[in-house]
Design a protein around this ligand. Structure first.
Ligand SMILES: NC(=O)c1ccc[n+]([C@@H]2O[C@H](COP(=O)([O-])OP(=O)(O)OC[C@H]3O[C@@H](n4cnc5c(N)ncnc54)[C@H](OP(=O)(O)O)[C@@H]3O)[C@@H](O)[C@H]2O)c1
Length: 303
C-alpha cells in the first residue's frame, strides 16, 4: 500500500490527481485541504481509501501541526496547492507575501517535515512555463518570467513592476521559478528520495485565475477549455494529472531532479536557471534560513 498526500485537492489539477489516485487499488490517499468541508465533499465522491486532513499552505502553524501528527511511511507528496493573485499584494499570517507563501515556502516546509517518513518515494512539485522569460506562450499572456532578488525581499512583497497586474504575474512566475529550482537541488542533496517537477501546461477552466477581472474569468472558464486541442502548450487537469502520476510512480520515467511536461516527457521549456546548481543552492539556503530550517544543503557538503 502506497500512502500519497495531495495538497489543494479540492479543485482543478489537485482534484484530477485525487480522482485518478482513488482508482488505484494499492494507494491510500490523503487530501490535504484548507477547507475541510470542501475536502470531505470531494472524498465522498471518491472510492478507495481516502482521508481528509486540514492543511493550509499559507500557514506555517497549520503545516507544522499537520507534520506533527504524521506517523507513518509516506510514498508520495504532490505539492499541488497554488494560487495566482493579480489583486492587491496580500500577506500570510506569518507576514510573507501570499503567492510566495503558498507556492514556494509552504511546500518546502511541508516537504522538509515529511522527508523523514519518505524512503525511496517521490516529491512531485508543480511548475509552470511562466517561470521562463523565454516562453513565448506565457509572454503572450503578459508574463515576463521569474524575477529573483532574494527570498527576504520577495517575502516583503518587493517588486519593480509598474502595474498591480504585472506585479501579480511576476509574483506567480517567480514563485514557480523558485519551486522548480529547489527540485534539482534537493535531488543533489537527498538522493534517497526522488524530486520531480511537472509542468502541467496551460489548463484553462481551473480556479487559478479567480483574482482576475470578470471578463478574464469568463473567457478562462467558458471559452479557452474549448480551444485546448488547438492551443500550443495547453492541457486538461485530467491529462496533466495522468502524466504527473506516471512520473510519481515510475522512477524510470520521473528521474530525480527532472522537469517534465504534461505528456510525461522531459520538458524542453525549462529556463537554464532551474538547473543551475549555484542558483538552486542560493534559493534553498535562503528558503531554509527564512523558514528557520536546518540547511538541507549541509547534507550534500558533508557527504
Ligand atoms: N491552471 C493552469 O493553467 C496552471 C498552469 C501551470 C501550473 N499550474 C499549477 O497547478 C496547480 C493547481 O492549480 P489549478 O490550476 O488547479 O488551480 P485551482 O483550481 O485554483 O486549484 C488550486 C488548489 O489549491 C488550493 N489552495 C489554494 N491556496 C491554498 C492554501 N493556502 N492552502 C491549501 N490549499 C490551497 C485550492 O484550494 P481551495 O479550493 O480551498 O481554494 C485548490 O484546491 C498550482 O500549483 C498552479 O500553480 C496551473
Amino acid at each position: 500500500m502506497k500512502t500519497i498526500l495531495v495538497t489543494g485537492a479540492t479543485r482543478g489539477l489537485g482534484l484530477a490527481f485525487a480522482e485518478a489516485l482513488s482508482k488505484l487499488d494499492d494507494v491510500e490517499l490523503i487530501l490535504g485541504v484548507r477547507d475541510l468541508e470542501a475536502g470531505r465533499r470531494v472524498a465522498s465522491d471518491l472510492r478507495g481509501r481516502v482521508q481528509v486532513a486540514k492543511l493550509d499552505m499559507a500557514s506555517r502553524t497549520s503545516i507544522t501541526r499537520f507534520v506533527s501528527t504524521w506517523d507513518r511511511p509516506l510514498y508520495g507528496l504532490i505539492n499541488n496547492a497554488g494560487l495566482q493573485n493579480v489583486g492587491d499584494t496580500s500577506f500570510s499570517k506569518d507576514g510573507d507575501e501570499l503567492t510566495l507563501a503558498v507556492n514556494h515556502l509552504g511546500p518546502n516546509l511541508l516537504m522538509r517535515g515529511l522527508l523523514p517518513y519518505m524512503q525511496g518515494g517521490c516529491v512531485l512539485g508543480i511548475g509552470s512555463g511562466t517561470h521562463n522569460p523565454e516562453d513565448k506562450d506565457a509572454a503572450r499572456f503578459g508574463f515576463r518570467g521569474g524575477r529573483f532578488s532574494s527570498i527576504a525581499a520577495l517575502a516583503q512583497g518587493e517588486t519593480d513592476a509598474q502595474t498591480q497586474r504585472q506585479a501579480g504575474f511576476d509574483r506567480y512566475a517567480t514563485s514557480k521559478l523558485l519551486a522548480m529550482a529547489v527540485v534539482p537541488e534537493m535531488a543533489r542533496c537527498v538522493p534517497a528520495t526522488r524530486f520531480v517537477t511537472l509542468d502541467p501546461g496551460l489548463m484553462p477552466g481551473t480556479g487559478l485565475v479567480r483574482s482576475a477581472p470578470a471578463v478574464v474569468r469568463l473567457v478562462w472558464r467558458a471559452v479557452l477549455p474549448l480551444l485546448v486541442p488547438l492551443m500550443s502548450g495547453a492541457s486538461t487537469p485530467q491529462a496533466s494529472a495522468a502524466a504527473g502520476l506516471t512520473l510519481l510512480l515510475d522512477p524510470e520515467l520521473g528521474q530525480s531532479g527532472g522537469t517534465y511536461h504534461y505528456d510525461a516527457k522531459p520538458s524542453t521549456g525549462v529556463w537554464s536557471k532551474v538547473n543551475d546548481p549555484e542558483f538552486g543552492r542560493i534559493v534553498l539556503e535562503q528558503t531554509d534560513a527564512h523558514l528557520g530550517l536546518d540547511p538541507v544543503g549541509a547534507l550534500r557538503r558533508a557527504s
